[in-house]
Design a protein around this ligand. Sequence first.
Ligand code: ADP
Length: 492
Amino acid sequence: MSAGPLHTLPEDIFRTVFEKSPGSLLVKADAPRFTILAASDTYLAVTATTRDAILGRGFSEVFPENATIDDNIKAQHIFKKVVETGRKIDIPSYRYDMFDPDTYTYEEHHWSCSNVPIIGTDGKIAYILNTVVDITKEVKAREEAIEIANRLRLANEATGLATWDLDLVDQTFEYSPRMAEIFGHNADEVLSLAAFRSQITADDMDNIIKPSFRQAILTGEYLYEVKITCPDTSVRWIKTQGVIIFDASHKPIRMLGTVLDITESKRDEIRKNDFIAMASHELKTPLTSLKAYIQLLEKKITKGGDPFINNALVKAGNQVNKMADLVYGFLDLSRLESGKLQVKIQPFDINELITEIITETLLVSYHHQIVFNPGKTIIINADRERIGQVVSNFLSNAIKYSPKESTITVSSGVFDNNVQVSVSDTGIGIRYKDQEKLFQRFYRVENENIKTISGFGIGLYLASEIIQRHKGKIWVESKEGQGSTFSFSLPL
Ligand code: ADP
């Protein structure tokens, strides 16, 4: 069974449909009066009027023009134009404030309207259908978004921060004009990501940017400091900070962040580093001769056999060694910060190296047992001296932070094509919240028990930098009061 023809529908149905439609008003094309013939419920609601109050009356009689509205978009004007041109006229957005009888004030409102001509039986325009939608909320939201963007821009300009946004899927790169300025270009210059990157050295790309990106994929946060060479050949330092956005399958799809010019503070840091480098270098020479004299004296005295002098010399020797370690630590730190810490890769047996370091350590610390569980012979390609330094740092920490006469266990082995070395102690252990910070520069755990233990918090920082330069990993497992295991692994 099919529905009957349209003309069999009761006439009232059209009126009902019209009255239920959103924001519609039908006026007669009898300019300049424009008599109101029908209005929908929503139209009456938004204009706060009733059907009885407006039907049969002229449009401007009922809706006097509002001062906030521009002449060109006044309803009278638009209606006239629709009649003249016979065309539909849309006004996508205009302001028409509504009178609130409760507060006796006008309330800001924004509207979007469409005016459609309707042809009568004589072929002339007989009516105009005026449809109005209240878009105040949308306009306010848009204004708010613009306001937020402006505030962000002002804050960025005030702090000198540049912002950038990289689409990792199609590699589109957007940046604020400040970014071009920081890189030594005109603010309005159009530059590609490759152009920005070309101002960073290949070494820094490999040693700073790529590892930071790898880290960011794991943590979601991107942070590095790097030097750039500007077109006028001057060198500047920048700090980039950002976040990675992942899709539902954890694929990185977008990165966004900021760039700050830190050249000034970096210069201060460089001056401080240069000072440390110079001071430690100057201290190195007298320390080396002091050490040599003590060794000479030790040799001579043992023959004479005065136990007090003998003992005093051994203690003096140990103190000189401690001082030398600190001085060498500072020297390494300044080399590292100025990018001059080089690694010399050569093949060597890691177990042999560990045995050597244990022997050296036992020469100066006789209150601990050190047990070594070597895996099978492992030849690795790395900087022998630097890896020895890492093992030595693990061992001296294990000694420093565990009770006398306790045992320290060193082990080596191969896991998943990586050589792994671990040093375990049964000492004071480290709280979980401190563990991830241990590898930061100058970080020392704040603890009453270890206040008296000397150190500057640079050993583990250097160790982690050395391991990173070998593309390895360094970590700690520990429980407070139960001991710690420090490990590193290097790819084979
Ligand atoms: P330093 O020992 O010279 O302060 P490190 O960088 O070698 O510097 O160590 C940083 C901090 O890590 C130490 O101050 C200490 O708080 C903690 N730490 C390192 N090794 C151990 C360990 N084996 N047991 C407990 N705490 C440790």
